[in-house]
Ligand binder design. Structure first.
Ligand code: COA
Length: 178
């Protein structure tokens, strides 16, 4: 993919051995961004959290990384994931974080759109998201991928919103496009 400013990047599933990179990249999220993502202060991950965040199956737990490409290496700058609700398998809870230096450069839009295509291909039709009511950025991103079905206040400034994903073509079309 190419960011709006022309920077080349790749979108790929998170790797099972990606824990150390994820832990290192957390340091590039400001405390405010980390709070917006985890709805709590977050400065490190436990081993159990890293295991959970990287051992994804691509069907019930999808996680995509966007890495910007430099001649030397790929630098991961964002991760987006969604986790299927076992009680309502067409619904998955979605979350995204873009490191501060790369925010407002189109990364979130590209990554969430790629995640929506993958999610659709495995039968996910709705995204549930928890975010701070004041978080205009994520609201904008989610509204781009689907239609808001509901929104409710859950306390401490946090809302729970549910979006119906926009149809992404047949599963075959999605696979071919990838
Ligand atoms: C929210 C977040 C994912 C947005 O990612 P991003 O890469 O900055 O988003 P983009 O550059 O693709 O911008 C998408 C749209 O949102 C808007 N936007 C982004 N950040 C915004 C902000 N802070 N305030 C208002 N609008 C914002 C952009 O202007 C853009 O709209 P436009 O295309 O109409 O101009 C990113 O800011 C982030 O990781 N924040 C911290 C973690 C978080 O809040 N996660 C969400 C909770 S799960």
């Amino acid at each position: 993919v190419t960011l709006p400013d022309g920077t080349p990047a790749i979108v790929r599933p998170i790797r099972p051995d990606g824990g150390p990179v994820l832990a290192e990249r957390l340091q590039y999220l400001s405390p405010q961004s980390a709070y917006q993502r985890f709805l709590a202060a977050k400065s490190f991950f436990s081993d159990e959290e890293l295991e959970y965040l990287t051992r994804v199956d691509g069907v019930n737990h999808l996680a995509l990384v966007l890495a910007v490409s430099t001649p030397e290496a790929d630098e991961p700058v964002a991760v987006a994931r969604c986790v299927r609700d076992p009680r309502d398998p067409e619904t998955a809870e979605v979350a995204i974080a873009v490191i501060d230096a790369w925010q407002r450069r189109g990364v979130g839009t590209i990554l969430l759109s790629a995640l929506a295509r993958r999610a659709w291909a495995v039968g996910i039709r709705r995204w549930q998201a928890f975010f701070l009511a004041e978080n205009r950025g994520v609201r904008r991103l989610l509204e781009r991928e689907g239609r808001a079905l509901s929104e409710r206040w859950v306390g401490d400034g946090v809302v729970e919103a549910v979006y119906e994903l926009a149809p992404q073509g047949s599963e075959d079309q999605v696979k071919k496009a990838e």
